[in-house]
Design a protein. Structure first.
Length: 145
């Protein structure tokens, strides 16, 4: 239980910190290098990275107090991390493709974004199952009356 709690808190804080850095870089370092449309794409990656960094922190706090649903917590943890890497990572690459010289790889990078979105949805669904499982377990023990 402590391992997944610590991992979720660690990665949540790490991804939140990186989102601040990437957001600042996008607002100040990229504004003269990429178009306004690409800045919007880049910012969408930062936003979703923030949302799911906070989700990881919340998941870590949830798992500390709800020991019976750890299987679903682990799945949610993995889905959120993979979702950040796929969804936000692909948006960063797509927005900066001209600067990075990877414009030819757009056909490969583009389909990764919706996969990341599906991973986010799967992470939230796993957390939902964790909450449901925990509620059933507590009801069976007579704790939620």
């Amino acid at each position: 239980m402590t391992k997944i709690k610590n991992a979720s808190l660690f990665y949540g804080c790490l991804f939140a910190m990186l989102a601040v850095c990437l957001g600042a870089f996008g607002a100040h370092g990229l504004k003269n290098l990429i178009s306004a449309d690409y800045i919007i794409i880049y910012q969408k990656g930062v936003d979703y990275q923030f949302y799911h960094a906070f989700a990881l922190i919340g998941l870590g706090l949830w798992s500390a107090n709800n020991p019976f649903s750890q299987k679903w917590v682990k799945f949610a943890h993995r889905c959120f991390i993979a979702g950040i890497l796929c969804f936000s990572g692909s948006l960063y690459l797509l927005a900066c493709r001209e600067v990075l010289g990877i414009a030819n790889f757009t056909s490969f990078i583009g389909p990764v974004t919706p996969i990341g979105g599906l991973l986010f949805i799967a992470g939230w669904f796993c957390w939902l199952l964790s909450v449901r499982y925990e509620a059933k377990t507590n009801t069976a023990k007579g704790e939620n009356q």
